[in-house]
Design a protein. Structure first.
Length: 367
């Protein structure tokens, strides 16, 4: 699997004139070799020459963490007194065009630029995103398992089995985090809990606000499930509940959101330009008069990273491919009052849109 992924990347490198690909911290590295770099100051880097064998440059003290895969990459542990930048530059040889992972830290890149003064630099995603964004059947099943896990948590939320009233947003967020892990994830990526007027801020940081009866509570949460091969896949879901019978005005807003999200999912068919999914959801919200309150794109790709290609946004004319996995998550945010978002992960499949989140999409009333 890893060797095949690297082969396909090398074909893209050849097409695009990239001589060497370098991957460090972030999701590219585990995707291509099953090892995730520790996000620390010592350099870990997979060096992939277009026409040569890949080498993982790793601090000697961390080498024992690596599951060795000699058929995929050679190991080059470095000692504390060696200069890892020189080692990487040596492996890159006379590369004229180097692509570096999008999440590589500038401290590594700046040093590499010094050690390879004649190279020109490209984003790694130019040659990794087209591969990562098309999921295999196995990857889709892993995303589906992660989706089913957060569905179970959302179901408990909707049935009132997660206590809300009287607790702070931060306490509920911590509880969601515990459940994300209990349901089989290896890490929690985020657990947004936004109540009342805070729900008008799409990326609200769960805080000290004590949830009361008669508020909307927006919960957007997800984590990463890491497989035996060291590669993790993410979940991401948003559901809203109301802590009393909601006012008619909020019901109206939510009905529009519900319809918009369903329209976005229905539009997510193979061959449809990504921006048309955004348009399908947005037009429902706009024609109901809430257009100015939908202040973000409709969705993002998901896989080993919680946000990746393809982005479901106006201007992305790229047609959806079979195997693309992405969120459909329109929202309506009325500043100072309230807000709502409804999010599922959807796979564009040859048989049509395949939503990985199936838990109830209606507004749940919990008292
Ligand atoms: Zn988000
Ligand atoms: Zn989300
Ligand atoms: Zn999302």
């Amino acid at each position: 699997m890893f060797a095949d992924r690297l082969d396909r990347t090398r074909s893209l490198m050849a097409e695009q004139g990239v001589d060497v690909l370098m991957l460090s911290v972030g999701a590219d590295l585990p995707y291509f070799c099953g090892y995730e770099a520790m996000p620390l100051e010592r350099l870990t880097m997979l060096v992939v020459p277009r026409d040569g064998a890949a080498t993982l440059v790793v601090p000697r003290m961390e080498a024992a963490r690596v599951v060795e895969r000699p058929e995929v990459f050679a190991m080059r542990p470095w000692d504390e007194t060696e200069d890892p930048t020189d080692i990487v530059a040596g492996l890159a040889g006379s590369a004229a065009v180097a692509a570096v992972g999008d999440h590589m830290w500038s401290r590594f890149l700046v040093e590499l630029m010094g050690a390879m003064p004649d190279a020109s630099w490209r984003r790694g995603s130019d040659v990794t995103a087209p591969i990562r964004s098309v999921k295999t059947a196995d990857e889709i099943e892993r995303l589906r398992a992660a989706g089913a896990a957060v569905d179970r948590i959302a179901g408990r939320l909707q049935r009132g089995e997660i206590e809300l009233v009287g607790r702070t947003e931060a306490e509920v967020s911590a509880e969601l985090g515990r459940q994300i892990v209990a349901e089989g994830h290896d890490r929690v990526n985020f657990a947004i809990v936004a109540a009342g007027a805070n729900a008008a801020s799409p990326h609200h940081e769960a805080g000290r606000h004590v949830i009361t009866g008669g508020e909307v509570v927006l919960c957007d949460f997800g984590g990463t499930m890491v497989g035996d091969d060291g590669v993790g896949y993410c979940s991401d879901i948003t559901r809203c509940v109301y802590t009393a019978e909601p006012p008619a005005e909020f019901r109206e807003l939510y009905d529009v959101l519900f319809e918009a999200q369903a329209a976005g999912v229905a539009a997510a068919t193979v061959g449809t330009p990504a921006q048309d999914v955004d348009r399908a959801a947005r037009s429902v919200i706009a024609s109901a008069g809430y257009g100015e309150y939908f202040i973000h794109r409709t969705g993002h790709g998901i896989g080993t990273e919680e946000h990746e290609d393809p982005y479901i946004v106006e201007g992305n004319r790229e047609p959806l491919a079979a195997g693309n996995a992405f969120s459909v998550e329109p929202g309506i945010y009325v500043p100072g009052r309230w807000g709502a978002r409804l999010e599922d992960i959807v796979v564009a499949s040859p048989d049509g849109p395949d939503p990985l989140n199936r838990v109830d999409h209606r507004l749940a009333v919990v008292t």
